[in-house]
Design a protein around this ligand. Structure first.
Ligand code: ADP
Ligand code: MG
Length: 354
């Protein structure tokens, strides 16, 4: 919902903006003893919980382009990037802090919409906005989001727990977000115009409004069925290699098992690309990659049904010396060529996905 007649930022000023944002988005639950407005927020910690704390910085021109997404979508995804980190730890998100550096071309309306999207993603999980920081910026919009969550002591899922012999699972489908981004960027380019409208809508939606897999993460941690987990924000290839490195293991994944949606496959066919490449390289799917001891193979399917989130076994954890390999559809094993975005190295690719 747009708010008509908001005063310009120059008139509102930093403190006027903070007051406005606090009044409109800062409503909090009883555990927040002091929210926006003092030097620090005061929260009553939940007893018998461990705190999970995560932060993410989004930079205009690197992580998002204001021309291809609305400010509400940008805000929504900024929240999801953090919610997904809490999901991957198997926790529940509780409090959010949002820091902004705002360039002169942005309006109060833009910032209002940004918070609208942010809090839309948070409301579903009853996350309270308890603070942030505000600055001017010369050119780009910077959005720093910090999320505080909690987990049952000793239950948080880490990247370090995978053991050789464990099965590798992913939630949902992979590659949709990159397909959606390509559709947004190439409006009517190449064969995309032939893509059925419902497929286009689905893929663009998966890019702009991804789903953090909180329920699945929580169920995997509370039952101790997963031995490790990571969220897929940089493509299956990149995040699998990070999980393997943290756990000091190798892996073998099966190309034919990687779940791709019908929409992603249709898009890939029309664009003459392999959907598996979208799944391996495409970031921002925000699905979970996790490992499970083989004795829990049946249990994990049952838990996934309970969490209303499909999961697929895509391979198996191997000893470290094995490296990370992918079994081609022909049956031949090949080392997995990991291509994911790295800041400072991908200087020729201005946006995170290119
Ligand atoms: P300080 O000078 O101590 O950093 P500020 O004036 O920056 O205090 O902040 C005052 C209050 O407003 C604090 O509660 C802070 O957390 C909150 N706040 C500042 N900027 C934002 C923002 N962009 N979003 C939400 N809360 C904010
Ligand atoms: Mg401040």
């Amino acid at each position: 919902m747009r708010v008509a007649g908001l005063p310009p930022l120059s008139k509102l000023g930093e403190f006027g903006l903070i007051r406005y944002l606090g009044g409109r988005f800062g409503r909090t639950s009883a555990s927040v003893l002091c929210g926006i407005g003092d030097d620090a927020a005061i929260v009553q910690p939940l007893s018998h919980r461990e705190l999970l704390v995560t932060t993410d910085l989004l930079v205009e021109g690197i992580h998002f382009q204001s021309g291809t997404a609305s400010f509400a979508d940008i805000g929504y995804k900024a929240a999801v990037a953090n919610l997904s980190d809490i999901a991957a730890m198997g926790g529940s998100p509780d409090y959010i802090l949002v820091s902004l550096a705002i360039p002169p071309q942005r309006t109060t309306q833009n910032i209002d919409q940004l918070y609208h999207g942010l809090m839309e993603a948070c409301r579903r999980e009853k996350v309270d906005l308890i603070g942030g920081d505000t600055s001017a910026s010369h050119q780009a919009l910077f959005i720093g989001v910090t999320l505080i969550g909690s987990a049952k002591p000793g239950h948080a899922l880490r990247r370090t727990g995978a053991r050789a012999g464990d099965l590798l699972y992913v939630s949902g489908t992979l590659g949709d977000s990159l397909a959606g981004l390509s559709l947004i960027e190439n409006q009517r380019g190449r064969g995309d115009a032939k893509l059925p409208r419902e497929h286009r809508r689905y893929l663009v939606g998966r890019h702009l409004r991804p789903t953090p897999r909180l329920r699945l993460g929580r169920i995997l941690s509370s039952t101790k069925v997963a031995t490790s987990a990571i969220d897929i924000s940089d493509g299956l290839g990149g995040d699998l290699s990070r999980l393997c490195e943290a756990s000091a293991v190798g892996a073998e994944i099966d190309q034919g098992a990687i779940p791709c949606s019908a929409a992603c496959r249709a898009y890939a066919a029309l664009s003459h690309i392999d959907p598996i490449q979208l799944a391996l390289r495409g970031g921002e799917d925000y699905e979970l990659l996790f490992t499970v001891a083989p004795r829990h193979a049946r249990k994990v399917k049952q838990l996934a049904r309970q969490a209303k989130c499909p999961v697929t076994c895509v391979g198996v954890v191997k000893p470290k010396a094995h490296g990370i390999q992918i079994r081609q559809r022909t049956g031949i094993l090949k080392p997995l060529n990991v291509q994911s975005y790295e800041h400072f190295q991908n200087t020729k690719r201005p946006a995170k996905h290119r």
